[in-house]
Each structure stands twice: as C-alpha cells, then as structure tokens.
Design a protein around this ligand. Structure first.
Ligand code: ADP
Ligand code: MG
Length: 577
C-alpha cells in the first residue's frame, strides 16, 4: 500500500472477536508488530522529517499529498494565531480567563511556542543548585545520624543554620534575601524566625497593595445602569453635580455630590452618594444580617434577583438612618433613595470628608470626649432605636465639628434579630479596644459596657462571656418563636406606625399651611417621601407591589441607547473617578 509515509505491506485482515479487540494485550502486540513492520520498510519518515526534506529541496515539491499537508499546517497555524488573539481580547485583564485551547488546530506536539522556553528555564534552575543544597546527613527516626564521635543530631547548629539559610529562598519574591550563592551561609533559628515573620508581613502587604490596585481600577467603573441613574438625577436637578470618589469598598462605593432639589425641597448642599454593589458574594456573606430581620426577610432575599436584592441594603440603611436621626444620633440625613443609589448628607466640608476616628489623630481629651459620645450613641441605638449597629468600630465613626457621627448602617439589625446581642457584644469589644489602645482612661471592659447598655447581668469574661451572650440570643429567639410574635408586633412596625400617626397629628395641626413650608420645617425631607411611598405601596397591596417590581429595569440596550443620547452638558456635571 502506498502512502506519503512510505510503503507498508497490507496484512490480510483477520476476523476476530470483540473480546480480542478490547484486549489490551492484543493491542500492545499489534502495535509492536506494526512498529516492526514499519522499521523493516525502512522508508518510514516522521512528519517532521518529511517537512524537513521538503524544505531542503523546497524549489519544487512534486508530492501533492505533502503539499496539501504543508498547506493545511500553515493554515492551522494561522488559525491558531488568530484564535490566540481572540482569546487575549476576550479575556482582557480578567482574573478568570477562558481558554480556547480546545479549538486550536495544530497538535500540541507540533506547536513551537512558549512551553519549550519554560522547560529550558526549569533545566537551568535544576543546574543552579547552591552550596545550601549540599546533601545534609540522613537522620533516623530519633533525629540522629552517624555513630560514636561523629554523631550529629538534627538540631546541630551548622545543619540547622544551613537549612535555615536555604529556606529563605522560599520566601516571597518581594523579599530581598540577597545572593548567598556560593557562600556557606548559616542562619540561627532566631534570625530565621524574624526573617520569616518579616517575609510573611511583606507578602501580606504586597497582596493588600495589589488588591487595592485591582479594586481602584475596576471599582471606579460604574455599570451603565448606575451611570444612567446618576445621569437622570443630575438631569432632573435632584443633584447639581456628582464629584469624585470618596471611598471604594467591598460592598459599596461612595461619591461626593452637590445637592439640587427634589419636588421643591432642597437637598443638603453637599451630599454623599452611596452605591451598593451588585455582586452575589456579598449577599452570601451578609445574609446573616438580613436573616431574622423581619423587615427584609430571607424569603424576600431568596426570591429576588440580585439587582432587586441589592436595593434591600439601601432600604435598610435608609430606614436605620431615619430612625437614628429621629432619636438624635448624629448620622447622615437620607436625601433620596433611588434603587441601589442612596443620597445622604455629606459629613465633612468642601468635598473633604470627615476623618474616621481611626485617622482623626485626636488629643487625649477629645478621645475621652469621643468615647463618652460613642457610649451614649450605643445606648440610644439600643434603648431608643431598638437597633444594633453590627459593624461599629473606629472605621465607621467619623469625627466632625467635635462630634462623633455614625455611618454605615446598612447591616444594622433590629433587637429582635437572632444574633443581635452577639453583634452588640462585638461592637462593644471593638469600641473598647480602640479607645483603650488610644490611651483613654476609664474605658470599660467590653463585658461591662455590654451589661450597662443592655441592662443584663451576664457573668464571665472573654470567650465565656461571648458564649453566654450567644446562649442568651438563642433562648430569646426561641421564646420569640414560641410566642409566635407576628410581624406587626416587631419594633420596626411599631415605630413606623407611630411615626405615621405622629405625622397625621402634625399635619392636622398644620392644616392650611403650604406643603412646601411644612416640608421645609422637617429636618428630614426625604423621610416624608420615603415613608409615604412605603405607605402607598402598602395601600396598593401585593398586586401593585408586583407590578411595580416589574416596572423595573430597562434592558441593557435601552440603557446604552439612553446613555448615548445623554445630554453632554449634564454628563459634564458627572465626574466620577
Ligand atoms: P462601606 O460599607 O463600604 O464601609 P461606608 O458607609 O462605611 O461604606 O462608607 C465608606 C467610607 O465613605 C466611610 O468610611 C467614609 O469615609 C465615607 N463616607 C460614607 N458616608 C459618608 C458621608 N455621609 N459623609 C462623608 N463621608 C462618608
Ligand atoms: Mg464602612
């Protein structure tokens, strides 16, 4: 039989049973036989040899089959190159990339790309063994090697020293260990341990920096839906302009803005816009905060799609801030909530946000004052607002005009939350730790502060105390369940309804007055609209609620189109970044 690979003797095909065909032994035998035959044939060349031969006398190739093969391979190579470019374009800088490997046409064996280089590098590395790699004696189970006078233990200072010196080469690449090659370097355990600690912290620091960089580049890019929301708010003069980014965190980004007016009511001159982010991961982590908060029950959480779910954070933060404001806690005043975009008053001045307690560098007197304020805030939150912050620390407390301001309450929970007391103890712990470390005298122990705020008398300290707090949470939740407390009896509804009644009374008293004036008298104009919209929603009932859910989002194309046609002057007033 003639093929471009040479001539082979066509062996008569003998019928055989399926069992034989499946037999591995038979397969091996057949292969051996085939190889022997092809060797005998003497003319057999590998594909590469054929190509090499072809390129030697490339002036003319008469073998059509070979030509076809060569053309095909050239074509395949081009195809793969195009595919590689496509793959690069598709993946961009994404962390998770998709490989088009399976669509490549050239067999891996015939690829002449980077993998070979890697192998070379590997070989080079193998050859580059240093003095440290000189074999150390083999120790038996009890860590001893040699006999009599020549006995060495695995704790031998020289061996340990060498081993330590060699191990520093395994530290992170950012760790400059110097070039100890060729020197019989030894490091004592003490020095090694210190270097190791340093290396670990360096690695962590560089990771953090890296993460920050990744974040700051990706975070500033808002999705078109959010951009359009901001655009509309500027276009309808709710906001005068949107300025630069204040913060970019895992769960939200914050921008500065100058307020306009909504329905005739002026917004704060300076505003902070909090945009909740729409990835699923955070929901998973934060589910615990919503779980058990009847206002935003888990069922709602589950059945909603991510875009709707993210709004819950805005609604939660809004409700919590409003309630805190009502009881006089210094916190941002909610101005407008639009889907997952919350506009609140800005704590700070001239676009400079107030510092967090962590960075405020207060004098000891101011710190002492701040501590008293925080304790008072915690007490009011607990005993008046019936809320637990849940993430209270020097990071979420700002210092502005000699006052402590509380922010970031989207995760704050009702006292009826099954883990409310656990969260409260954690808050106490963080607050006490910060002020104590900062040098404030008379800072209470977290356990003491917890008992003072709650009026409970839980005994013990540290982990034991925490365990008792958890037990308390559990028993109380069980009790609540046993009494089958209905939604209406929860604190939120109580306060909500009460505020509605107060408003009605207030409005009756103010009857005849201009609506604009009435609203201006309220220090929190948003609340009126927000609660009114909630009430309206409730009045309209389930059906209306569903349809309003559907009113919902425009699809992506419409959004892109609207953005494309956006007014340029309005766009100029939005400067993210
Ligand atoms: P996150 O959930 O990302 O921690 P925060 O609400 O804590 O969100 O806001 C992040 C940062 O943005 C805060 O630490 C603070 O510096 C700044 N910030 C948030 N809200 C305001 C505001 N109303 N006024 C001024 N700065 C704010
Ligand atoms: Mg925060």
């Amino acid at each position: 039989m003639s093929t471009p690979w040479g001539k082979t003797q066509a062996a008569p095909v003998m019928p055989c049973s399926l069992q034989d065909v499946m037999s591995e032994q038979l397969a091996t035998e057949l292969q051996h036989q085939e190889e022997k035959e092809s060797l005998n044939a003497g003319e057999t060349r590998t594909f590469q040899e054929i190509l090499a031969a072809a390129s030697e006398n490339s002036a003319e190739t008469t073998d059509d089959w070979l030509l076809a093969q060569m053309l095909q391979q050239e074509f395949d190579r081009e195809h793969d190159q195009a595919l590689k470019i496509e793959e690069k374009k598709f993946n961009g800088n994404n962390k998770v990339s998709i490989s088009f490997e399976n669509y490549r046409a050239v067999h891996p064996a015939y690829r002449d790309d980077e993998e070979e280089d890697e192998e070379v590098d590997q070989d080079e590395m193998e050859n580059r063994k240093s003095a440290w790699d000189s074999p150390s004696p083999k120790f038996n189970k009890s860590g001893v090697s040699g006999k009599g006078k020549n006995i060495t233990t695995k704790h031998d200072a020289v061996i340990c020293g060498r081993r330590n010196a060699s191990k520093i080469m395994d530290f992170g690449p950012e760790f400059h260990s110097g070039d100890g090659e060729g020197i019989d370097m030894k490091l004592s355990n003490k020095v090694y341990n210190r270097l190791k600690m340093h290396s670990l912290s360096e690695t962590k620091r560089s990771q953090r920096l890296h993460e920050k960089k990744e974040f700051s580049t990706s975070e500033h890019v808002l999705d078109p839906r959010t951009k359009l929301l901001l655009y509309k708010m500027v276009n309808n003069e709710t906001l005068e302009s949107v300025g630069g980014s204040i913060s970019s965190g895992k769960e939200s980004v914050i921008y500065h803005a100058y307020g306009g007016s909504k329905e005739g009511v002026l917004l704060s001159h300076e505003c902070a816009i909090k945009i909740y982010k729409t990835t699923l991961n955070e929901f998973k982590n934060r589910g615990a905060y919503v779980d058990g908060d009847h206002r935003f029950s888990r069922d709602e959480f589950k059945k909603n799609n991510p875009r709707k779910v993210i709004r819950i954070w805005g609604e939660k933060e809004t409700a919590n801030l409003n309630r805190m404001k009502k009881f006089g806690i210094p916190c941002p005043a909610v101005q407008v909530l639009n889907k997952h975009v919350l506009v609140m008053s800005f704590i700070g001045k001239d676009q400079i946000p107030a510092p967090k307690l962590k960075n405020a560098h207060l004098s000891v007197e101011d710190l002492e004052d701040a501590y008293e304020q925080v304790v008072k805030i915690m007490d009011t939150m607990q005993n008046k607002c019936a809320l637990v912050h849940g993430d209270l620390s020097e990071y979420n407390l700002l210092w502005f005009e000699d006052k402590v301001w509380v922010i970031d309450v989207s995760q704050s929970v009702e006292l009826t939350h099954p883990k409310a007391m656990e969260f409260l103890f954690r808050d106490c712990y963080n607050v006490c730790k910060f002020f104590k470390k900062a040098g404030v005298h008379n800072v209470k122990e977290p356990e003491q502060l917890f008992n003072q705020i709650t009026g409970l008398n839980i005994k013990g300290k540290g982990a034991e105390f925490a365990a008792q707090v958890q037990r308390y949470d559990k028993e109380r939740s069980a009790e609540l369940l046993a009494h089958q407390i209905t939604m209406k009896e929860y604190a939120f509804d109580y306060y909500f309804e009460k505020s509605q009644q107060d408003r009605l009374l207030e409005e009756q008293e103010e009857e005849g007055e201009d609506l604009g004036e009435v609203l201006e008298e309220r220090n929190d104009p948003f609340e009126y609209f927000y609660e009114k919209s909630l009430q309206d929603k409730a009045d309209r009932g389930e059906e209306a609620e569903n349809s309003s859910e559907n009113e919902e989002d425009d699809d992506d194309e419409v959004i892109e189109e609207e953005l494309k046609n956006a007014d340029e002057r309005t766009m100029d007033r939005i400067k993210l970044g």
